[in-house]
Design a protein around this ligand. Structure first.
Ligand code: SF4
Length: 476
């Protein structure tokens, strides 16, 4: 196992900080000088107690990455990678990224390391896990490098993004000629099969993070990622790819969750557990409240009546819950009902109050521009947010993307619009004229500037967003 993302970023940063004379820009020179200090501060706890210093430190580190990217004609941040000539939504552009891998700045710093790893382990196959669009162009460049240097090595591509693509193509590999196998969903069985071994009973395999450099990540201590389920137990929200893709929910049995976490926590001694579930089920929350996992934890969940109960929230807090990410989406009941979100505005209000009282931080996700929303409904979401501003620690504001495979796409007027053959979303004509432009104008001119909302927006951790929020909260 090799975390090429981490190593690529750290290598680019090290190159960017190398003394090659003055850059001509005071801020960049300062960021260069301070890089070692910044990286070690991000890996310690003290920095998170000083939000202004934290922000300066993250922005300095990002400045160096961005400068490195500019030198190579691409845009790199701590959270994104963009190349104005290539789109990660077009299979032909991804294949081109593989062919022209030498122009990718990550490849230039990782090629030697890949060769050393292949020499050391002599693998028959290389598997690449691709989860985010921001990783796609560089992942393909790395695959292109592997193909070029080791043409006989079998290539396998999997991960969350690839799973969504394959659901869209009906399982067809869009990258034949470059990639031998694209795998949807959990890939353990496939990889065992490739090695000539039986996949067994299709049970969940306990993750093993032993091969990763826990001390290298930009966080205070190791953050342990763990999925207690795949898919979503609710799977009804009309706007959600979980419903559109029809993925079955498979919870890991509770006994296994417990034994996995016990083993992983005692081995890795994490400072935080990150539950990766699309939404942590009420059953899982009950289980964790009864049987704490042994380290502080956070994750995504739906609002439920249980979260409005003070005793239950206190039990969650005692079990180590430091923050919950909540998809409230709208402060308008009609919109929530039409989206089949299955929550009530008054329930969300009670949950925010009980969580605050118990000392659990909240990262609230709101969604604007959905088909049932109009300007008045969005105004009610603003009123709800302002009214609960004292109970909300962080906000994530999203503009609705229509999943191309959703039932709703069949009911709406779709606009001819070509983003790429791998795009998971479609453009549509909003039934009440509440389109993306209007929504963006509302968010920029009204929502973000509201005196009760603006301080929450300013708290948002740059680039790392919810990944660093629990650490910042710990000091509040
Ligand atoms: S609860 Fe969340 S993950 Fe589940 S369907 Fe709704 S939006 Fe999707």
């Amino acid at each position: 196992m090799w975390d090429a993302s981490l190593e690529g970023q750290l290598s680019l940063l090290a190159e960017a900080a190398r003394p090659v004379g003055r850059s001509g820009d005071t801020w960049t020179d300062r960021a260069r000088r301070r890089l070692p200090e910044h990286l070690s501060a991000l890996r310690g706890t003290k920095l998170y107690g000083n939000p202004d210093r934290y922000r300066r430190c993250v922005n300095d580190v990002n400045r160096l990455l961005a400068r490195k990217g500019r030198g190579a004609g691409v845009s790199i941040t701590l959270a994104d990678y963009q190349d104005s000539r290539l789109s990660p939504l077009r299979s032909e552009d991804l294949l081109r990224a593989a062919r022209e891998h030498e122009s990718n700045p990550f490849v230039s710093v990782l090629a030697g390391r890949m060769e050393a790893l292949v020499e050391e382990h002599a693998p028959d196959a290389v598997g690449v896990s691709l989860n985010y669009l921001s990783q796609a162009l560089s992942a393909f460049a790395m695959i292109g490098l592997a193909r070029d240097r080791f043409p006989r090595m079998v290539t396998v591509l999997g991960g969350g993004l690839v799973t969504s693509w394959l659901r869209q193509t009906g399982g067809r590999n869009p990258f034949t000629g470059l990639i031998d196998h694209c795998v949807a969903g959990p890939g353990e069985g496939f990889l065992l099969g490739l090695a000539g071994l039986s996949a067994g009973d299709e049970g969940f395999v306990r993750p093993d993070y032993g091969g990763f450099p826990a001390e290298g990540y930009l966080s205070p201590g190791a953050v342990l990622p763990y999925s207690a389920s795949s898919g979503c137990h609710w799977r009804r929200c009309t706007f959600c790819p979980e419903r559109a893709e029809g993925q079955r929910c498979r919870p890991v049995p509770e006994d296994q969750v417990q034994s996995d976490l016990r083993a992983l926590v005692s081995h890795a001694r994490p400072s935080l557990i990150h539950f990766l579930d699309s939404t942590m089920s009420p059953r899982l929350l009950e289980h964790l409240a009864r049987r704490p996992p042994g380290a502080p934890w956070y994750g995504f969940t739906r609002v439920s009546s249980r979260l409005g109960e003070g005793d239950f929230c206190r039990a969650l807090r005692d079990s180590g819950c430091v923050m919950l990410k909540l998809g409230i989406e709208s402060g308008d009941q009609g919109v929530l009902d039409a989206l089949e979100k299955g929550i009530r505005v008054d329930e969300a209000s009670r949950a925010l109050g009980a969580l605050k009282e118990a000392g659990i931080g909240t990262y609230v996700y709101l969604l604007f521009g959905t088909p049932p929303e109009d300007a008045d409904a969005a105004g009610r979401t603003l009123a709800f947010t302002a009214q609960h501003a004292g109970l909300i620690d962080y906000l994530n504001l999203a503009v609705f993307n229509l999943p191309a495979a959703s039932e709703e796409a069949g009911r709406l007027k779709i606009r001819p619009f070509y983003e790429g053959d791998l795009s998971l979303y479609a453009d549509f004509e909003h039934p009440s004229g509440w389109g993306r432009r209007e929504v963006r104008g509302f968010l920029d001119r009204k929502f973000r500037r509201h005196p009760a909302v603006a301080p929450i927006m300013r708290r948002q951790p740059p680039f790392f967003t919810s990944n660093h929020a629990p650490f910042l909260l710990n000091f509040c």
